[in-house]
Design a protein around this ligand. Structure first.
Ligand SMILES: Nc1ncnc2c1ncn2[C@@H]1O[C@H](COP(=O)(O)OP(=O)(O)OP(=O)(O)O)[C@@H](O)[C@H]1O
Ligand SMILES: Nc1nc2c(c(=O)[nH]1)N=C(CO)CN2
Length: 160
């Protein structure tokens, strides 16, 4: 089993409902236990700015699925929730990014772990800090990245 952290986002349609539906689907994955879900944050768009605000959460789960198996399942969940890839970093009903999979490092044509952008993204790090195990091997790096990072574009809107 591995401790994994996912970042989920939505900025089209009923954003909170897409996130709740996605977490329920994660709970139903084989060999997987969702252990913690952050509150929902409203976040200013990062990267491609001509779009609506996102709702973002972070999830900690334990899974026996291998990294590529987990990615296949999360991409299935995205498609089941109407995900369409039009503009890179553009609007989406649901996006699920694999941030950390234990201490695995991996870089192939389908999957990079840890996620290559996560330490630059307050919309990832702020929810992630809520569900992070204090003794996690990545905790010090995450706290250091958050220290001094502007987080004014990340606003808590509702508990999970
Ligand atoms: N850690 C990861 N989590 C999710 N997808 C990944 C990861 N590493 C690589 N990918 C690949 O990235 C491709 C593009 O994913 P997507 O279109 O969701 O990017 P994005 O979420 O909009 O941008 P970003 O990855 O910068 O957050 C996917 O088809 C997937 O194979
Ligand atoms: N606020 C916010 N901005 C983004 C997000 C996201 O989830 N939240 N996802 C992106 C592509 O992964 C690009 N920009």
């Amino acid at each position: 089993m591995a401790t994994c952290y996912l970042s989920l986002g939505s900025n089209l349609g009923d954003r909170a409902n897409y996130l709740h539906t996605a977490v329920q689907s994660l709970r139903e994955l084989p060999g997987t236990r969702v252990e913690a879900v952050s509150g929902i944050y409203e976040t200013a768009p990062y990267g491609y700015l001509e779009q609506g605000a996102f709702y973002n959460i972070a999830v900690r789960l334990e899974t026996g699925l291998e990294p590529h198996e987990l990615l296949r399942e999360t991409q299935r969940i995205e498609l089941e929730n109407g995900r369409e890839r039009t503009i890179h970093w553009g609007p989406r009903t649901l996006d699920i990014d694999l941030i950390l999979y234990g201490t695995v490092t991996l870089c192939d044509e389908r999957l990079t772990l840890p996620h290559p952008e996560y330490l630059k993204r307050a919309f990832v790090l702020v929810p992630l800090a809520e569900v992070l195990r204090p003794n996690d091997p990545h905790a010090a790096r995450i706290r250091a990245a958050l220290d001094g990072m502007p987080t004014d574009g990340v606003t808590p809107v509702m508990a999970w």
